[in-house]
Write a protein that binds this ligand. Structure first.
Ligand SMILES: [Ca+2]
Ligand SMILES: [Ca+2]
Length: 104
């Protein structure tokens, strides 16, 4: 791929617009900043290190042990473990998790 000057200028303009937007956005939200769940992390990245790996599998297994066969509203229900979002924690959720892990 060849990058001509016009493309480069356009890319730089887009980049600066994005940067200004980000700057304005973070300034605007500075006082009311909240951690937004699942914004930059994949759902299989349970320890939030930007990677889906064996550590996440270990964490998932721990969650699963305490949450297996619970449904929304039950004691021990953990929505992080509900990968197919059907409101109950089953072995299906583990399969979904493993699939997501494999797609890493
Ligand atoms: Ca991880
Ligand atoms: Ca489920």
């Amino acid at each position: 791929m060849t990058i001509n000057k016009k493309t480069l200028v356009m890319a730089l303009s887009v980049l600066s617009i994005v940067l200004i937007g980000v700057a304005l956005y973070s300034k605007h939200n500075f006082s009311s900043r909240q951690p937004s769940v699942g914004s930059n992390y994949r759902s299989c990245d349970l320890d939030r290190n930007m990677n889906c790996d064996n550590n996440d599998l270990l964490i998932f297994n721990q969650y699963l042990l305490s949450a297996l066969n619970t449904c929304r509203g039950d004691n021990g229900y953990n929505p992080i473990t509900d990968f197919d979002a059907n409101g109950c924690i089953t072995m299906d959720d583990k399969n979904y998790f493993l699939q997501e892990l494999k797609n890493n």
